[in-house]
Design a binder for this molecule. Structure first.
Ligand code: RIB
Ligand code: CA
Length: 324
């Protein structure tokens, strides 16, 4: 039985690779994609998402646009790619213009309805700021328990990217993240920077992907090389000629849970700190009596992650083409 998932994205270069992996993996059933403001303005995230799904011939997957800004703060984030991070993300992905269009329904309403219609059957993989999820909780208090599992790309224990103490997805809407981590989801799995930076992809592996010769393999090679250029210039990973592909690691972990190594601990979100806003406070040393609410990935395996990308993005042999 294929695993059903809905992706919530802020496409985004690594989001695009996650969408392609989710849309092409034979063990996954990508039910829909919801979009949120994040790496770039939400309308650009939507356009990039549509371009990506069209590229892999998955225009059948519906796309729903969501919040254009955080649920509380109106002062940030100015979309990162236009202010801070033009090197890793881009307003318009280098893919053919989209021919498909988004659905009229807003993402939070869609999310609340979709999970209510199939309670406990669909995993939500959230790889952008958590604004749509917080709005869905406000619309339907049963939304959290209707999700089979929530897998989040975000946060950090001993790393950071957008400030010295925070990771972008959580920092971009900390009040939304705080609500999500307080909500009664059946299971929350957090894939933070500490894990995604162990599953780095290299220029040589991009060449390998490009050599596979499919639209997805060539696009992912181009996109990840763009990320490597950006990381080398702005935030070197410590391993030359590499970059993390954060969001795709979450999708890979849904297929093969052994790709990540987790601990069940308490996570709360800092929303008031003058210097620490958006920090995931991960109590992995049991310093408090707060109960564990999240399975945090402290490690991720690079080899099986890369192997999955190359296997799924390889051209489909004619005899394997699924009809209907
Ligand atoms: O900090 C990394 C995360 O922020 C990734 O999801 C990236 O796409 C951006 O959304
Ligand atoms: Ca993202």
């Amino acid at each position: 039985m294929r695993k059903k998932l809905i992706l919530d994205v802020d496409t985004g270069t690594d989001d695009a690779v996650a969408i392609m992996l989710a849309g092409l993996h034979p063990d996954l059933d990508l039910v829909a994609v919801s979009v949120v403001n994040g790496n770039v303005p939400v309308e650009n995230c939507t356009d990039n998402t549509l371009r990506t799904l069209d590229l892999i011939s998955r225009s059948d997957v519906p796309v729903y646009e969501g919040l254009s800004h955080p649920i509380v703060r109106d002062d940030f984030p100015t979309p990162r790619a236009t202010k801070r991070d033009p090197k890793v993300h881009m307003a318009v992905l280098p893919l053919p213009p989209a021919t498909s269009t988004k659905k009229a329904l807003s993402a939070p309403i869609f999310l609340s309805q979709a999970f209510a219609e199939q309670p406990g059957m669909i995993t939500l993989v959230a790889v952008g700021p958590l604004s749509n999820l917080a709005a869905a909780i406000a619309i339907d208090p049963k939304f959290p328990e209707n999700c089979a599992e929530l897998i989040i790309m975000g946060g950090a224990v001993n790393k950071s990217n957008i400030t010295p103490s925070a990771e972008f997805n959580i920092w971009a809407d900390p009040e939304a993240a705080a609500q999500v981590f307080r909500a009664p989801f059946r299971k929350i799995t957090l894939v933070p920077l500490d894990a995604t930076h162990e599953a780095l992809v290299s220029r040589e592996q991009c060449e390998m992907l490009r050599g596979l010769g499919s639209p997805a393999s060539k696009a992912s090679a181009d996109i990840i090389e763009h990320r490597i250029n950006g990381y080398e210039e702005t935030q070197p990973t410590g391993t030359p000629r590499t970059a993390p592909v954060h969001d795709a690691v979450c999708v890979a972990a849904l297929v093969d849970r052994d790709i990540i190594e987790t601990k069940h601990v308490n996570v709360v979100i800092e929303t008031l700190g003058e210097y620490t806003i958006g920090r995931t406070v991960v109590d992995h040393e049991r310093r408090t009596t707060r109960v564990p609410n999240c399975h945090v990935a402290f490690h991720a395996k690079r080899e099986p992650f890369i192997a999955m990308l190359s296997e799924v993005f390889a051209p489909v042999a004619p005899d394997r083409v699924k009809v209907g």
